[in-house]
Ligand binder design. Structure first.
Ligand SMILES: Cc1cc2nc3c(=O)[nH]c(=O)nc-3n(C[C@H](O)[C@H](O)[C@H](O)COP(=O)(O)O)c2cc1C
Length: 197
């Protein structure tokens, strides 16, 4: 089982990145392989000029194609998801999320914008034909505290509980995901099947 985790913050010190990392570790503890992509690690020229054929963009497209599911984590910017994340999602081919389950995560400065995932990100995921988009997690900035020096960031207990519950739901959704059957295999199964009335 492969999950692609994508971080949409341009900032290196990133609360949505902390949430994504916590989710990735939780999935790995459940036996899921996770491949992580951060939008800030792409060449900005590739993103702004929509270079579909650059090596890193091809690698991103390939990982998404092979993935069973995605975790998409974004900061709320101007009541929406980050524009940087949009440039990366724009580089995916049509129907790129077909047969895939998606768990959205977001962090924001105000709970007034906690629905940004629902009204801004989910329509984009639906346009990419995601099979199932789960209820996301929104954390406000006060729920993720940076530690002093090199100390690990601390997540509020209530956030950890919500994330664990979302990861349980996500791994169940991954497990029951119907696998597409290759046309040749389907044809073979039909030929071998026996009907009785
Ligand atoms: C340019 C910019 C715009 C923002 N716009 C909003 C906003 O509209 N609503 C909100 O709740 N928070 C907003 N914030 C706060 C961030 O969403 C919040 O601090 C978030 O946790 C940052 O995530 P990051 O650390 O992963 O980049 C904004 C922050 C920046 C830098």
């Amino acid at each position: 089982m492969l999950v692609v985790a994508v971080g949409g913050s341009p900032s290196a010190r990133s609360r949505s990145g902390v949430l994504l990392e916590q989710a990735s570790q939780g999935l790995q503890a459940r036996g899921v392989e996770v491949a992580t992509f951060q939008v800030r690690e792409f060449d900005p020229v590739d993103l702004l000029h929509a270079r579909f054929n650059s090596a890193s963009v091809l690698q991103w497209q390939d990982a998404v194609e092979r993935a069973d599911g995605l975790i998409v984590s974004t900061p709320v910017y101007k009541a929406s998801f980050s524009g940087a994340l949009k440039t990366l999602l724009d580089l995916l081919p049509e129907r790129a999320l077909e047969h895939k389950v998606v768990l959205p995560l977001a962090t924001g400065g105000s709970i007034a914008h906690m629905l940004a995932v629902d009204y801004a990100l989910k329509p984009v995921l639906a346009a990419l034909k995601a099979q199932e988009v789960l209820h996301g997690i929104f954390a406000d900035d006060s729920q993720i505290a940076y530690g002093q020096g090199s100390a690990a960031p601390q997540l509020a207990d209530v956030l950890v509980q919500r994330l664990e519950s979302a990861l349980d739901t996500f791994s169940s959704a991954l497990a029951r995901r119907p696998r597409p059957v290759a046309p040749g295999v389907l044809n073979d199964r039909l030929l071998r099947s026996h009907f009785s009335i």
